[in-house]
Design a protein around this ligand. Structure first.
Ligand code: FAD
Length: 290
């Protein structure tokens, strides 16, 4: 019997008009007792006020430990430090440190002349400012900026050398992609935890389109499974639960101990996945379903 893994969730800060629903979602997810709840940072550094509001409220209320995503895009070192320091002073000491992408989709990354060069420099800064735990990104499938050979692992190693505590992967749909990556990471002598990112398929068309943009491959069997279900919400939901559950089970069977679920601010799918996997007590699940 595999041990219960370390499960964390990711949400994005909501638009003001759906904020109330967002907090209901958060309280339902909280019942599942994730190790932490991470809050994304707007692409290109946009929407930082929204992240700030959500993180501070999460910190104030009883519930999951908040983790702040932060990117280096478009900000000077002083601006980044001021934001991070404000969060750390407020008791938010867990971070996901990222380079980020340029505001214009597809533009080559260019650091702000006054800013941090990337996630490794950001990690050093966060640790210096008092962050207790810093996660970084990792890419089982080639990131659009992959430079060939083992350069991606050297780059990951540099982020760990900078002080990162673990890495969270971009999502993949084939367990083997993660397992092969884990083998490459181990062969490179990296012994830090690699947490697998899990993307529940809340809407296949949207997930497929998003995957094309971020370089995550969508296997043909997934397409065949979901294509006929576009107008059948219940069957789609069931297929999404089954797909995520079988993915996680396979990896748990291979000894994977850390799972990070990209909830996309939807509690139902995440709750049903955790229920099927036995990752929450029945009493807690009844509370979450209420
Ligand atoms: P890096 O790891 O620095 O670079 C990505 C890849 O490019 C590397 O894996 C490597 O292959 C190559 N590369 C880059 N620099 C070098 C180098 N010097 N030498 C060799 N190879 C190099 N974006 C947001 O805007 N907000 C978020 O909240 C957010 N959350 C995320 C959470 C997770 C878990 C992940 C995986 C991604 C998230 N992203 C987010 C997306 C992320 O910002 C983009 O994928 C971005 O393009 C890369 O950021 P990074 O820090 O992972 O990059």
């Amino acid at each position: 019997m595999s041990r219960t893994p370390q499960v964390s969730f990711e949400v994005f800060p909501p638009a003001p008009k759906v904020e109330e629903r967002f907090w209901t979602t958060v309280s339902r997810l909280a019942v599942l007792e994730p190790v932490y709840l991470s809050v994304t940072y707007g692409a290109g550094g946009s929407g930082r006020d929204r992240s700030d509001r959500v993180l501070r409220r999460l910190r104030r209320q009883a519930g999951p430990v908040p983790a702040a995503h932060l990117t280096v895009v478009g900000a000077s070192r002083a601006e980044t430090d001021a934001l991070a320091k404000g969060w750390i002073d407020a008791g938010i000491t867990r971070f996901v440190a990222l380079r980020g992408d340029m505001p214009e989709m597809g533009d080559a990354f260019a650091p702000n002349p006054e800013g941090y060069a990337g996630a490794a420099e950001l990690t050093v800064a966060l640790k210096r400012l008092g962050a207790q735990h810093v996660s970084v990104g990792a890419y089982p499938e080639p990131h659009p900026d992959y430079r060939g050979g083992e350069s991606d692992l050297a780059h990951l190693q540099a982020k760990f050398a900078a002080g990162a505590d673990d890495a969270i992967t971009q999502y993949v749909f084939e367990p083997e992609l993660f397992l092969r990556y884990r083998d490459r990471v181990a062969a490179a002598g990296i012994d830090k935890p690699i947490v697998v990112g899990v993307m529940p398929i809340f809407d296949f068309a949207k997930v497929a389109s998003f995957s094309r943009r971020c370089g995550a491959s969508v296997p043909a069997w997934l397409d065949a499974r979901f294509a006929p279900l576009a107008d059948q919400p219940e069957a789609h939901h069931e297929a999404a639960v089954e797909t995520a559950v079988s993915f996680c089970r396979r990896l748990q069977g291979e000894g994977v101990e850390g799972f990070h679920i990209y909830t996309l601010n939807r509690a139902d799918l995440t709750i049903d996945i955790c229920r099927e996997l036995g990752w929450a007590s029945p009493a807690k699940l009844r509370e979450a379903a209420a």
